[in-house]
Design a protein around this ligand. Structure first.
Ligand code: SAM
Ligand code: SF4
Ligand code: F3S
Length: 441
């Protein structure tokens, strides 16, 4: 009988990529995927440590599983990802229901860990070994056959922003070999992928034998079947001239730049150890805009970082007004264990959430305006799948906005022209352009 695995993923796209690859790995030892955790023989939680309560969320989740399996044979419980890396042995001690702990750079060992568990030995693997991880993962096929697929090219971070756990949970910066990435891209293309989203905690820091992200984009663009290329998440310091130039020459690199700024105040950026200024950020913005005015920016913001005063906050609002970001993420600062900012004096919670609301209102207003401006326009949409209730097709605009419309399944995986009729903050609603001309005729 097949073994069934249930995988639940928290956190960033890199965790989503890892979860897909973990499944590619365990398939080799006879696992199939189940969407119902109560049917699973193996329950894997891929965790995120970026903000508070991450750890508690994991124990809460395990509590839920425990309850469900009270009168049944217990599944093998595996904790993977960034909380696993940060907490390791502690988790095995605190929650005996957990069987295996595996950090983000040890996934090449997962099958051995599962097979050896037959000996009932609890194991924790949290060594940083990105080389072996990716060597192993490139030997087994990436079987994500979606129109839009993730491809991790870089892992870890050497920048040590004072608020961030990533350098501790993902280890030092590592760039995968150029040819290994192109092989994986080819494999995704062979399975029908039309869009590749290149991933890394600092994706634009990619550097393998002096080959940079720009070289990768040009190489992937050569696949005829690939219609769109994106990358995330980038750091302002690594927005080098060669990457900016790609926007001049590439036909497939999408005109949305996700470039986290965190704050609009140089004082706060300095306290955060961001190593960029508002001026250098704006220079990148205006350079890109002069290459292609259709380029839009999205960003990440941290509100109420220790030391932020009213003037710093005003500067963040000013920057939002100037750049008119679309689709941004914003969070109140959350102290993370082991980071430089972990013990700094916290700004009043109520005040912080009021500020967050002000920032989000502004960001949402930009989003609504941007979507509204597309009503009656015809835009290119890469169709990804059906909506959950199967009633509509779902795709994305060049700027990553969700687009919903009626259509046949044959359109999935194609770039189609959609006439936008309506919009809200998160989505655009339309009809296929030939449908609209039929209506007129
Ligand atoms: N490498 C990217 C960069 O340099 O901006 C960011 C990657 S991080 C995984 C994603 C986002 O989480 C950050 O941009 C930041 O806004 C947010 N974040 C990280 N640590 C945080 C903290 N301690 N409190 C609140 N937000 C945090
Ligand atoms: Fe975290 Fe990004 Fe800073 Fe690295 S560059 S420490 S991932 S916020
Ligand atoms: Fe979270 Fe780790 Fe990603 S902390 S955001 S899952 S790198």
């Amino acid at each position: 009988m097949d073994q069934k695995i249930f995988i639940k993923t928290f956190g960033c796209q890199m965790n989503e990529y890892d979860s897909n690859r973990i499944f590619d790995a365990v398939k080799q030892i006879g696992y199939i995927k189940t969407d119902r955790y109560e049917d699973a023989n193996c329950y894997l939680l891929n965790t995120c440590h970026i903000r508070d309560k991450a750890k508690e969320k994991v124990y809460h989740e395990i509590g839920r599983v425990k309850k469900k399996f009270r009168s049944k044979k217990k599944p093998l419980v595996i904790i993977a990802g960034c909380v696993a890396q940060a907490e390791n042995q502690e988790m095995l001690k605190r929650e005996p229901y957990i069987d295996l702990i595996i950090g983000p750079q040890a996934y090449h060992k997962i099958n051995d860990m599962i097979l050896n568990y037959a000996k009932k030995q609890k194991i924790e693997e949290t060594e940083f070994d990105a080389v072996s991880k990716f060597e192993y993962l490139s030997r087994i096929k990436n079987q994500t056959s979606k129109s839009s697929s993730f491809l991790t090219i870089q892992e870890g971070c050497d920048k040590f922003c004072h608020f961030c756990v990533v350098p501790y949970t993902r280890g030092p910066e590592y760039s995968r070999p150029f040819n290994q990435i192109i092989e994986e891209a080819k494999n995704l293309v062979d399975q029908g992928t039309k869009e590749i989203i290149l991933l890394g905690q600092n994706v634009n820091a990619y550097n393998y034998d002096n080959k940079r992200l720009s070289n990768l984009i040009y190489e992937i663009e050569k696949f005829k079947q690939i219609k769109r290329i994106r990358y995330t998440t980038s750091h302002p310091r690594d927005m080098t001239g060669d990457l900016i130039e790609v926007y001049k020459y590439s036909k497939k690199l999408m005109p949305l730049v996700h470039l986290p700024v965190q704050s609009g105040s140089d004082k706060i950026l300095r306290l955060m150890n961001r190593k960029h200024t508002v001026k250098t950020y704006l220079e990148i913005f205006y350079k890109l805009k002069s290459i292609n005015p259709e380029i839009q920016f999205s960003s990440d913001f941290i509100i109420s970082y220790p030391g932020e005063d009213e003037n710093d906050f005003k500067n963040t609002l000013k920057l939002i007004d100037e750049i008119k970001f679309i689709n941004s993420f914003s969070f109140v600062f959350s102290p993370r264990p082991g980071t430089v900012a972990s013990n700094l004096p916290i700004i009043d919670k109520k005040k912080s959430f009021e500020k967050l609301e002000i920032v989000q209102d502004k960001l949402y207003k930009n989003q609504i305006e941007m979507n509204k401006s597309l009503e009656n326009a015809t835009i290119d949409v890469l169709v990804e799948n059906r909506t959950d209730d199967k009633s509509k097709l779902f795709g994305r605009s060049q700027h990553m906005t969700s687009v919903l419309f009626d259509g046949i399944d044959d359109l999935i995986g194609k770039v189609v022209k959609i006439e936008i009729q309506n919009s809200n903050r998160n989505s655009l609603f339309g009809i296929t352009a030939n449908q609209s001309s039929q209506k007129v005729a």
